[in-house]
Design a protein around this ligand. Structure first.
Ligand SMILES: N[C@@H](CCC(=O)N[C@@H](CS)C(=O)NCC(=O)O)C(=O)O
Length: 209
């Protein structure tokens, strides 16, 4: 039986789904509504993860794995695709961890956490949005010589960064003046499996109301 990913449409667990799709890793998907924490099959996300957060994975042996970057790292380790999986003794493994950490802390939690927080004032949100250009420039420079974050192949790190672009518009983050980053976002968002997953989540989100 494959591992189960508890998935709320369009949230960061979508990044884990991008990694699974690109790496050819089968997962059972258990949908939930993040606002209510209700699982579609009954019960609550809190029963699985006391923090009520995604990404949450229940592994085959019953172990719980949380933290999107750890879930994505685990997923890529299961991949049989040599172009996708990176072995822990490969120097690129640490580059992968570096960019997963960057996505988790510099983009996801630092920026999205605040701009999507309904209680935050507009001034606070703008202050946080002002952190974005420096980070976009950093990414843009990396992507000047690389088609993907680690080179010429899509990796697990790209799965997390691609998800950032799914919500960047909603977060009113404009990266259009960063040419390499803009080209990268188009390249990754248009990958067929990623496009299909986004479209499916958009429909599911509408159904959830
Ligand atoms: N530390 C967790 C946090 C993930 C996170 O913030 N997930 C959001 C969705 S993108 C969430 O579950 N929010 C609901 C909540 O915090 O109650 C991780 O890195 O995966």
């Amino acid at each position: 039986m494959p591992a189960t990913l508890f998935h709320a449409p369009l949230t960061c667990s979508l990044a884990a789904r991008f990694a699974a799709a690109e790496g050819g890793v089968g997962l059972d998907i258990e949908y939930l509504n993040l606002s209510t924490k209700a699982l579609d099959k009954g019960g609550s996300l809190y029963d699985i993860n006391p923090l009520g957060q995604v990404s949450t994975l229940k592994l085959e042996n019953g172990d719980l794995l949380t933290e999107t970057s750890a879930c994505i790292t685990w997923i890529q380790a299961q991949s049989q695709n040599d172009d996708f999986r990176i072995a822990p003794d490969d120097p690129m493994y640490f580059q992968m961890l570096r960019w997963l950490g960057f996505c988790a802390t510099e983009l996801h939690k630092q920026i999205f956490r605040v701009v999507f927080y309904s209680e935050a004032t507009d001034a606070v949100k703008d202050r946080i949005r002002a952190l974005a250009p420096e980070r976009f420039k950093f990414l843009d420079t990396q992507l000047k010589t690389h088609e993907y974050l680690l080179g010429d192949r899509f990796s697990a790190a790209d799965a997390y960064l691609t998800w950032f672009f799914v919500l960047a518009g909603k977060a009113q983050l404009d990266f259009s003046r960063y040419d390499n980053l803009t080209a990268y976002s188009k390249r990754t968002l248009n990958r067929p499996m990623i496009k299909t997953l986004i479209e499916s989540d958009m429909k599911k989100r509408v159904e959830q109301g």
